[in-house]
Design a protein around this ligand. Structure first.
Ligand code: AMP
Length: 209
């Protein structure tokens, strides 16, 4: 099963992807996680990507497409992938179609997790992540409830950067809704609910339950 998770930053793509991984052991690929690791390790990709990420802008397509071409070749993707945060532009979506067809793997669904912008601003400015296991929580979590690790706020989760990320989403990524609707792959899910309730719909839409 190969799935694209669509939705604004903070819509809950990472949370739903983590639930799919826990329950069905699918391979989760988050370009944001890969880029944050590259920034932390100061790799050539990380050095190039950092400024774009700090500003809440998109990292250029060619860098992302090269990164994903390599990632999709790894053996752990063979049983299927959950793509979280990729594609984010029409150019990336066309490149993904090429990658999947050269690997002979069809795309099964594009799930749009739909949440109002003002709800997102509140969510993201109070979002915290675990440094150790990547658990996504809130400012109410003093330590990670999963592993006891340190919770931190992402550099790009301040209000000004969040608003820019939402503008970038509206301009560059929202056109993918029509792109996937056109190929009958789009499923829209109301994301303004408890993660467990959203997950019920995610499972239903993928015919897992
Ligand atoms: P995310 O964790 O998905 O919110 O991504 C964090 C940041 O990484 C984004 O604001 C972008 O700067 C960058 N990024 C992640 N995925 C992509 C992508 N597919 N295309 C361009 N930039 C990306």
């Amino acid at each position: 099963m190969n799935i694209v998770l669509l939705g604004a930053p903070g819509a809950g793509k990472g949370t739903q992807a983590a639930k799919l991984v826990d329950t069905y052991h699918l391979c989760h690929i988050s370009t944001g996680d890969i880029l944050r690791a590259a920034v932390k390790d100061q790799t050539p990709l990380g050095v190039k990507a950092k400024g774009f990420m700090d500003a809440g802008d998109l990292v250029p397509d060619d860098l992302i497409i090269d990164l994903m071409k390599e990632r999709m070749q790894q053996p752990d993707t063979a049983e299927g992938v959950i793509l979280d945060g990729f594609p984010r532009t029409t150019t990336q979506a066309v490149a993904l179609d090429g990658m999947l067809s050269s690997l002979n793997r069809p795309l099964d669904a594009a799930l749009l997790i739909d949440v109002d912008s003002e709800v997102i601003v509140k969510r993201l400015t109070s979002r915290r992540m675990c440094r150790q296991c990547g658990y996504i929580g809130t400012d109410a979590d003093a330590v990670c409830p999963k592993c006891g690790g340190e919770m931190y706020q992402r550099d790009d989760d301040n209000e000004a950067t969040v608003r820019n990320r939402l503008d970038v989403y509206a301009t560059s990524t929202a056109p993918l809704i029509d792109y996937y609707a056109g190929s009958n792959l789009l499923v829209k899910i109301d994301g303004d609910r408890a993660p467990e309730d959203v997950f019920v719909d995610v499972e239903k839409s993928l015919h897992l339950k």
